[in-house]
Design a protein. Structure first.
Length: 744
């Protein structure tokens, strides 16, 4: 079949400018009207000469007029960007066109409305682009999804890389798009743009068009500094940029932002409160939000959040209890809304058989330690899950402290340097230390060795033990607590036993002392003197009581239930969270460290979704610190991942890891085009909504003649100037007349 040439234009409205082609004719006609007949005898000779050369003069003037009209027409056509849809266009308008489609597949693109979604719109646009390219012309296409760009270790994996668009390519693309789903990552455009930047270098004879097909959420585009810079670099290099927005408005959305164990003793058979945080990304409050709960796959009673204000997050607690020690799975789920991926959250919680706690008592009789031990391990049917161990101060020098969830120093006089250094390192690494003073405590040791002018772990300087005068008049309770986690349980309690606590003796502090930035007074006496002070130290914390734990300087531990409650809350507050609970996000590699003396190097990883992340067997490699490291790169699905380990003793060990989505991606606020254009000020681009997308036929299926017309305009203007000069009269110069012997 014959190849029919067809010309289209990028900017059809500019063709109205062709009316300006008549401007030179109009100007010439006006000049003709200004001519008048003037009788003049000398003109007879000139008229005879003109008649002789009339044909040549008219030809020159007509040619000059046509050149001027052609120059104006060429300028208008150049601005309108004509496209020649024929093989001849390759000789005139340039060669191959490289189309780069950057496809946003972050989970915000799963935003659904009516019978479609943002990602469905994106796939439809991509298909339309390729169908128009396949009709005619020389085109290549690169398709790069956001989630597959710049992956750690795995690098960039485009779906199509500079594939030639021929007649069968649309079917191949259609089949590929049919298999694509929104990922569960929060991948932004920057990594994808950086990944294809090398493809957009200056290529001889190749035009380049980049399509950013995305939802343009405010999270990435409200402050697009690096994105704008890269777009400017591209356009400066001649790359055409097209933005295609796949959503037309913001929709409300709820997301589970966090699921983690709350403070409390974590042990088998002991109830533990989990904390779930739900964020409202909408602009209106949401009431009565049900949160569905599962523990080890078994449904638990749901909790309801009464109200979540707009753009705010609310935390709710619920109890879980596991009779068997080991790792247990907890998950929560919200009801369906605009985006599904952020309605789920998983956690893996390790419940040991018991929680080891170290009680260091400076008194040989260990009176204070025995009272605390009775709280932590009361015996009988009651269980707290805490396993106290009573030792002397020398134990700190001879044994590691890492196995203990908390350490208590009770009525201790002096610690040697190695013991104090071990304690400081323990707290710096996330451990918790509780201190109770007593008769054996020395203010000099506390100030010079433990506090060290704020450089040590003890939170404050002290002076000496003093008596608290008895209040016979006002009857104000001796113990005044703040709204601190240790004492929060007593807030608003009408029948609290705290008012019955009597403090007779305590360590005073220097006059005018104020807590440092990392310290706080969390309980005072009725005279305003500090009684309980806490301090952050590294990743851990220290809580100091300036009185005794045993009922020697006070009556708190003598048949007062509030002492038991407060000490259990203190233990929960001091307990460090295991490092394994650091949140892991979808797309981040999962790295597992192993002791080569205890484990074989083979690790079998089981994933929550075999289609997205298949099961794999990894060979652990030697790490820098002498350990083995096994890494699972493909974590593209949220849920519980499991590592099956082979121990040297022949037993098998299972470890679970919770991988969740980045909840910030659930913020569905979008920028409308005026807002987006303002943030991309100075970046030449075209913008379309996916729902109204029309292929720019010129750039997509032909050869742009704009550059050729620019050269033509320059040539026409030069020719016009030369012809105008040749056709006009130029009197001889004064020097020329002198050389010819004439008068000036």
């Amino acid at each position: 079949m014959a190849n029919v040439s067809m010309t289209t234009f990028l900017h059809y409205p500019l063709l109205w400018g062709l009316l300006l082609v008549g401007a030179p004719v109009l100007i010439h006609w006006i000049n003709m009207l200004r001519q008048r007949r003037v009788p003049w005898a000398a003109m007879e000779f000139l008229l005879a000469s003109r008649k002789k050369h009339r044909t040549w003069i008219v030809f020159q003037q007509l040619l000059l007029l046509l050149l001027r009209m052609a120059a104006i027409a060429a300028v208008v056509l150049m601005l309108a960007q004509p496209i020649l849809q024929s093989g001849w266009g390759a000789w005139i308008g340039g060669g191959r066109t490289h189309h780069v489609v950057l496809l946003d597949d972050s989970f915000s693109m799963s935003d659904r409305w009516d019978e479609t979604s943002a990602f469905d719109q994106a796939k439809t646009v991509t298909r339309r682009i390729v169908e128009s390219l396949a009709r005619e012309g020389d085109h290549t296409l690169t398709l790069q999804r956001f989630s597959q760009a710049g992956r750690p270790v795995r690098g960039t994996q485009p779906d199509f890389l500079q594939e030639t668009v021929e007649s069968t390519f649309p079917d191949r693309l259609k089949n590929r798009l049919a298999d694509l789903r929104p990922s569960q990552t929060a991948a932004g455009p920057l990594a994808a743009m950086e990944a294809v930047a090398h493809l957009l270098g200056r290529a001889e004879g190749e035009r380049r068009i980049v399509y950013l097909v995305s939802d343009f959420r405010a999270r990435e585009w409200d402050d697009p500094g690096p994105l704008r810079k890269m777009l400017l670099d591209w356009t400066a290099a001649g790359v055409q940029v097209r933005l295609v927005q796949c959503v037309e408005g913001s929709r409300p959305n709820l997301a589970v932002r966090d699921l983690s164990p709350g403070p409390g003793t974590r042990a088998a058979g002991v109830p533990l409160f989990m904390e779930v945080t739900v964020e409202n990304y909408g602009d209106a409050p949401v009431k009565n939000v049900p949160v569905l709960i599962e523990a080890d796959g078994q449904a638990q009673p749901a909790v309801s959040i009464p109200q979540i204000p707009p753009r705010r997050a609310v935390k709710e607690r619920f109890p879980v209890r596991f009779a068997v020690a080991g790792e247990h799975r907890v998950s929560v789920r919200l009801e369906a809304d605009a985006v599904e991926a952020d309605n789920f959250r998983w956690a893996v919680v390790d419940f040991p058989v018991h929680v080891p706690v170290l009680l260091i008592d400076g008194d040989p009789e260990a009176l204070d330690a025995r009272y605390l031990s009775a709280v932590f391990a009361p015996g009988g049917p009651a269980t707290t899950g805490i396993s106290p161990r009573i030792e002397t101060p020398r134990y700190l020098t001879l044994h590691p402290l890492e196995p203990f969830q908390a350490v208590y120093l009770l009525n201790v006089d002096r610690l040697d340097r190695s013991a104090l250094a071990a304690l400081e390192q323990y707290v710096a690494n996330g451990g918790g230390v509780g201190v109770f003073l007593g008769e054996r405590s020395s203010s000099q040791v506390l100030n010079d060795e433990w506090h060290r002018q704020g450089q040590g772990l003890f939170p404050l300087p002290v002076e000496k033990p003093v008596e608290l005068p008895v209040d016979y008049l006002q009857r104000i309770p001796d113990l005044q607590v703040t709204d601190h986690p240790i004492f929060q349980v007593f807030a608003g309690a009408r029948n609290s036993f705290l008012p019955t606590v009597i403090v007779r003796r305590y360590f005073s502090v220097p006059k005018g002392w104020r807590p440092e930035a990392d310290a706080a007074v969390i309980a005072r006496l009725r005279n305003g003197a500090p009684l309980v002070v806490e301090r952050r130290w590294g990743r851990g914390r220290v809580v100091a009581f300036l009185t005794t734990a045993a009922p020697t300087w006070n009556n708190w531990a003598r048949d007062n239930p509030s002492f038991v409650v407060a000490m259990l809350e203190l233990q929960a507050y001091l307990t460090a969270r295991p490092a394994a609970e650091t949140p892991r996000l979808v797309g981040q590699p999962l790295e597992l460290k192993l002791d080569p003396a205890r484990y074989e190097p083979q690790v079998r990883f089981t994933t929550p979704n075999e289609e997205v992340s298949p099961t794999s067997v990894q060979e652990a490699e030697a790490a820098a610190n002498g350990q083995l490291a096994a890494t699972l790169l493909n974590t593209d699905a949220s849920g519980i991942y499991q590592a099956r380990l082979a121990r040297k003793d022949g037993r098998e060990e299972l470890r679970g890891f919770a991988v969740n989505v980045d909840p910030a991606e659930g913020d569905l606020r979008v920028l409308d085009y005026p807002e987006l254009a303002a943030r991309l000020d100075g970046v030449p681009h075209e913008f379309q909504l996916a729902s109204r997308y029309e292929t720019a036929v010129g750039d997509q299926s032909g050869y742009n003649l704009g550059t050729a017309l620019l050269y033509l305009v320059v040539a026409l203007l030069i020719a016009e100037q030369l012809l105008a000069y040749a056709a006009s009269y130029h009197p001889p110069s004064w020097r020329g007349a002198q050389a010819a012997g004439g008068r000036p």
